[in-house]
Design a protein around this ligand. Structure first.
Ligand code: GAF
Length: 386
């Protein structure tokens, strides 16, 4: 992993350090940054013990922090408020709510996992778009986690750290997510897309230099509200668990290739997981052969599967994907949990402007919110900035 912090993270860190001084009248002991992510392919596979392929985006949550005799969390977003707690309550005693809950949750999960941490003051700043499906909450958790671990002298393997951040999200915040987002934030490397097996965290950092191949990856933040995201996400997990139970396997990753279930809905959920795992393997193979443009078809097939078999897309995501493909994108798909959030489109660099215009125009024609479109590059994973 590169040791030179991203200059953009360094700039965000200066803002976080200034916020720390304003809020607490003291200097932070350090500043730590953790990025948001795009998942190139491998969606909803993480909690089925399957394969994922994220890369880190150059958007970061940054935590300026110092040990203290009180728990105090300040943020530059929302009302810019400071949340204070004399002691850290566990999930059963009424957890800290809102954005501060991600920080308190990580402290709680570290303590529960055998890495004792004491009170801290943290000032948070972030430019990961909130609600964009780009892992803004995992970025907060991971920035806080590496800050707390450093301040209290714990060297934690990054894969274990991802599990601890996931524990915070699942048991403290109460969102039943897999481990994709925390792994991406903590383990991704600059200029690489990370192939990871969620069963055992085995992984491979695959070179991912789109510009060298004359390609560009557009990210389309649809700015659509996440509708029913929590309830529907939990329902998909429950479907997968039920399908695995009926097949007598621990996870759908192990379902036999031609398995059939009586329930038509469960059958479609299973088909998505099995075909998506195959698409991740095929994508990794093509990238390793240097055939990057050829992954486009796999991205589009992933979207079709998420749209019809897994039913987690939305009008806004479908509009962005269809418009991008109509304007000549090599492939396009929703990324992340779905029900709103962001889509990605792999395009020839020369047609990026045309595809962007088509996506924006399609949203306007359909009366949808104006999407925010930007070009992605594979950035650094979580790191200490100063
Ligand atoms: C969300 C979850 F947080 C991840 O764990 C993953 O399941 C993803 O949706 C879908 O691939 O981002």
């Amino acid at each position: 992993m590169t040791n030179t912090p991203d200059p953009h993270a360094a700039e965000l860190a200066r803002t976080a350090a200034a916020a720390f001084r304003d809020a607490f009248g003291a200097e932070p002991e350090g500043v730590w940054a953790a990025p948001g992510r795009v998942n190139l392919i491998g969606e909803h596979t993480d909690y089925n013990d399957g394969f994922v392929m994220p890369f880190a985006l150059p958007f970061y949550a940054v935590a300026a922090a110092a040990k203290s005799d009180e728990w105090a969390f300040h943020s530059t977003f929302g009302e810019g408020e400071t949340v204070r707690a004399a002691a850290l309550a566990g999930p059963a005693e009424g957890p800290v709510a809102g954005w501060a809950g991600y920080l308190a949750g990580v402290a709680w999960a570290l303590n529960e996992s055998g890495y004792p941490v004491g009170p801290v003051r943290i000032a948070l700043h972030s430019d990961v778009p909130v609600g964009g499906g780009l892992s803004s909450s995992a970025a907060l958790e991971c920035a806080a986690l590496i800050a707390l671990a450093d301040l209290y002298g714990h060297e934690i393997d990054r894969a274990e750290a991802a599990r601890i951040a996931q524990k915070a999200e699942n048991e403290y915040v109460g969102a039943p997510t897999g481990v994709l987002d925390q792994s991406a934030s903590l383990l991704c490397e600059e200029g690489r897309v990370m192939f990871m097996d969620c069963r055992d965290f085995s992984r491979e950092q695959v070179p991912f230099d789109l510009a060298a191949d004359g390609l560009t990856m557009l990210v389309v933040d649809t700015r659509a509200p996440h509708r029913h995201a929590d309830g529907e996400y939990a329902a998909r997990r429950a479907d997968c668990e039920e399908a695995a139970r009926q097949l007598g396997v621990g996870h759908l990753r192990d379902a036999p290739k031609h398995a059939q279930l009586d329930d038509e809905r469960l059958n479609r959920r299973m088909r998505h997981i099995l075909t998506e795992n195959e698409r991740v393997l095929a994508t990794a193979a093509l990238l390793k052969e240097g055939r990057t443009a050829a992954i486009g078809e796999l991205l589009t097939a992933s979207h079709t599967s998420l749209r019809y078999d897994y039913e987690v897309s939305s009008v806004e995501l479908d509009s962005a994907v269809d418009a991008a493909l109509g304007a000549g994108a090599l492939g396009a798909r929703m990324t992340g949990g779905g029900f709103g959030g962001s889509a990605i489109a792999l395009v020839e660099a020369s047609s990026a402007a045309k595809v962007e215009a088509a996506v924006v125009d399609a949203a306007a024609q359909a009366g949808l919110p104006a999407p925010r479109v930007f070009t992605a590059r594979a950035a650094q994973g979580a790191h200490r900035v100063s």
